[in-house]
Design a protein around this ligand. Structure first.
Ligand code: ADP
Ligand code: ZN
Ligand code: ZN
Length: 731
């Protein structure tokens, strides 16, 4: 009899033993169905040929082995086991959590064949905008097919409920044709035809970057590509990917949540029109995600572009890992297994002996320190091939009366753009009308009753809304504390700037882009289309607009209210502000027209703004790293954060104090700080607390966590919810 050890989705740090029939060998990574409790559970075999701890007859047999499916690749299993140990998370949850939802169920839909459509040559020749304006649905469908090459019915229906009627019509017109798309068949034409279309001739700087990576495709080599915004990093990726594909290997491209836009995917498809490409992100329907995953696993998809979860995708021919915008916080998972996809991507590349290419205009100081220390090869692209960098200026707002947060200089600059028919972007990091409603008489400032936060004034919806817990209440007409009738908005959000700009420039078309205005599916896509087609003059937006989007007619960016992060208690706040401002500034003047950036600030001499103005990342990073070294912050130490929450404050404090004492009793070379409340202590009626642990050496921290972790759940009462985060981004 053989015994296998199975990973199951249960919150326990253990694997479970089952008997497996001797005549039908099952391997590590194979999906199985096993009896568990009173029911059955799907799991994945983690070990075979196990010496069981209990008598054989007490071990239940596996109910079913999914033999018709390939087992998970060994390197994916290894990556998952590593994650379990490094991030101290239950093994079964780590393994099962990495699978597409449908594979966590016993019954996987057998036939994933679906009806799909693609453009005919006539359809490709037709610009969607040539269709009449009122044919909005057909225009949208054609535009989407242009970007995605092949889309199945479900995806097209999601674009518009009227797709079911419009598709046969487009088919009759000979603009689109039907294809069957089946998981078991090749997605698209064979690889032999897979040469990329021509891109711009690379600059000598780009060529150097490409050669550096291509020279070592047969082994692990980490690179940090630092290139100013618009310097052509994506072109470098394309050239390296082309070489990887030519060697019949697969490329994995990880991008931040917000950057996985149809635009980027469209660029990849346009450059590699014959190459089967799969995208993996959290917005896919379950069936789509399973199909993309299986295409990758079977080697059918040759390029996989995805957000952080894609780091666990099985790729039999993996030849390269790219992490674009490697500094982006969305590579860090914020619940469950709190992993860093960037760090795991490097590890994966190492295990598979392939290069890892991290790219950013503003690398994380951790990665930059690695490059400076020689652990990564630093590649740089210091200039834009097709445009000059924007002119960046600070506008001193200390002596000026602002008009709804807007300075005279910014208003004038917007006016100039309007007269030239160019676009402006006003960037503000707050949605809503104003961050609070205040009473000047008594100081009342719209507190949320459930959180230690203020309710944000949403004038359009006539509501005060909590951005932490979602609580809403009508806008108070009189002060609830003193009865004063003159309540006033405090501070500026996107809605307030939107209405101020509409009032100042009545003829201009103002578009607000934030989480509220883009809530509807595809609203953001449609807005981007409007912006590129110049149906918008002034944009007001949050960081949704900061990254990755290319708007050729945008020549002015105004930044309102960025000062908050300069004196934050979070030691990473400055780094995030620097990255954000660089990204926003990068939106201005990409094409032939030079861009201008105006940063409104009360601290125009601050060194951070100075570095942004000179676009001198190296100077910023040197100062930042030196500060971190002096204060003993990462990367000069390694941290873990224990978080806890409960309805009553004493319960939280007591739990964390006991955890701290238990940690100290281990007598290991780590520093355990006192428990403290986080910046927002109370959310949705639950009190929060946290305990920071740090060590000079990563191995010391890991040894400590291994010893400390088992006790954390033992000492937690039922009313405490806790989690442990290794390498936290916010402490
Ligand atoms: P990044 O990814 O660094 O922001 P992109 O690769 O998107 O930069 O390039 C920015 C712009 O410059 C794009 O419009 C791109 O087509 C163009 N570009 C990139 N490399 C070259 C080149 N060698 N010659 C001309 N234009 C280029
Ligand atoms: Zn009052
Ligand atoms: Zn709240």
């Amino acid at each position: 009899m053989r015994v296998v050890r199975v990973a199951l989705d249960v919150p326990l740090p253990t694997l479970f033993d089952y008997q497996c029939p001797v005549d039908a060998p099952a391997s590590v990574g194979q999906r199985v169905l096993v009896p568990f409790g009173r029911g059955r559970k799907v799991g994945v075999i983690a070990q075979t040929n196990v010496q069981p701890q209990v008598a054989h007859e007490r071990i239940k047999p596996v109910a079913h082995v999914f033999r018709d499916e390939p087992a998970l690749d060994a390197d994916v299993m290894e990556l998952l086991f590593f994650s379990t140990e490094y991030y101290h998370h239950p093994v079964g949850q780590v393994v099962m959590g990495a699978l597409p939802q449908l594979l966590r169920r016993a019954r996987v839909p057998k036939n994933t064949a679906t009806r799909a459509y693609r453009l005919t040559p006539a359809g490709r020749a037709l610009e969607p905008s040539q269709l009449p304006q009122r044919a909005a649905v057909r225009r949208r469908l054609l535009a989407a097919l242009r970007e995605a090459a092949v889309l199945d019915l479900a995806a097209l229906r999601k674009l518009s409920p009227a797709a079911a009627r419009a598709l046969p019509e487009l088919e009759r017109q000979g603009l689109i044709e039907r294809v069957e798309s089946t998981a078991g068949e090749p997605m698209r034409p064979p690889l032999a035809e897979a040469s990329p279309t021509a891109g711009p001739a690379l600059t000598s700087e780009q060529v150097q970057c490409v050669q550096a990576v291509v020279g070592v495709l047969d082994r692990f080599a980490p690179f940090l590509l630092r290139g100013v915004t618009g310097s052509g990093k994506t072109e470098v990726y394309f050239a390296v990917v082309a070489e990887v594909l030519a060697r019949r290997r697969q490329a994995l491209v990880l991008v931040p949540e917000i950057n996985l836009t149809p635009q980027l995917i469209g660029r990849f498809r346009a450059r590699f029109p014959e190459v089967p490409l799969a995208t993996l992100h959290s917005n896919l329907a379950d069936g789509e995600r399973l199909r993309a995953w299986r295409d990758a696993q079977a080697g059918r998809a040759r390029v996989v572009i995805g957000t952080r979860l894609a780091v666990f995708t099985p790729l039999p021919d993996l030849g390269l890992v790219i992490v674009d915008e490697e500094h982006d916080a969305s590579f860090k998972q914020q619940d469950g297994l709190r992993y860093s996809a960037r760090d795991l991507a490097l590890l994966r590349a190492k295990r598979r002996a392939v290069p890892a290419l991290l790219g950013s205009a503003t690398p994380s100081l951790e990665s930059y320190a690695n490059a400076r220390a020689g652990r990564y090869t630093l590649l740089s692209l210091p200039s834009r091939p097709d445009a000059s960098l924007p002119q960046i200026r600070c506008v001193d707002t200390r002596r000026e009366r602002l008009h709804h947060g807007l300075s005279q200089a910014l208003v004038q600059a917007i006016g100039v753009r309007l007269s030239r028919g160019e676009q402006s972007l006003v960037f503000v990091n707050r949605r809503g009308y104003a961050p609070a409603l205040v009473c000047p008489a008594c100081g009342w400032a719209s507190p949320c009753t459930r959180c230690s936060a203020r309710l944000v004034l949403h004038l359009k919806a006539r509501l005060l809304r909590c951005h932490y817990c979602g609580h809403e209440e009508p806008v108070a007409a009189v002060c609830p504390a003193c009865g004063n009738q003159d309540l006033a908005p405090a501070g500026h959000g996107t809605q307030r700037l939107e209405s101020a700009l509409a009032e100042l420039f009545p003829a201009a078309r103002v578009l607000r882009v934030d989480r509220d205005s883009t809530r509807r599916r595809h609203a953001f896509d449609a807005m981007q289309e409007d912006i590129r087609a110049q149906r918008v003059d002034i944009l007001v937006g949050t960081q949704m607009l900061a990254k990755g989007h290319d708007f050729p007619h945008l020549t002015l960016v105004g930044v309102v209210n960025a000062d908050g992060a300069l004196y934050s208690s979070d030691f990473r706040a400055a780094e995030r502000l620097y990255a954000l401002l660089t990204q926003v500034a990068g939106r201005a003047g990409r094409a032939d027209r030079p861009g201008e950036v105006l940063i409104q600030t009360e601290f125009p001499e601050h060194p951070l703004y100075d570095a942004v103005r000179r676009q001198d990342y190296a100077a910023f990073a040197e100062v930042g790293l030196e500060e971190r070294r002096q204060c003993g912050f990462p990367p000069y130490c390694h941290q873990a954060l224990l978080r806890a929450e409960a309805t009553r404050r004493p319960v939280v404090d007591d739990y964390l104090m006991r955890a701290a004492r238990a940690g100290a009793a281990l007598g290991m070379p780590v520093q355990i700080f006192d428990p403290v409340p986080p910046a927002i202590e109370r959310v949705a009626g639950r009190e929060r607390g946290q305990l920071l642990v740090q060590a000079a050496a990563r191995t010391d921290l890991q040894r400590f966590l291994s010893a400390w972790w088992p006790g954390l759940s033992d000492s937690a009462s039922r009313s405490v919810r806790w989690s442990l985060e290794v390498d936290p981004l916010e402490v």
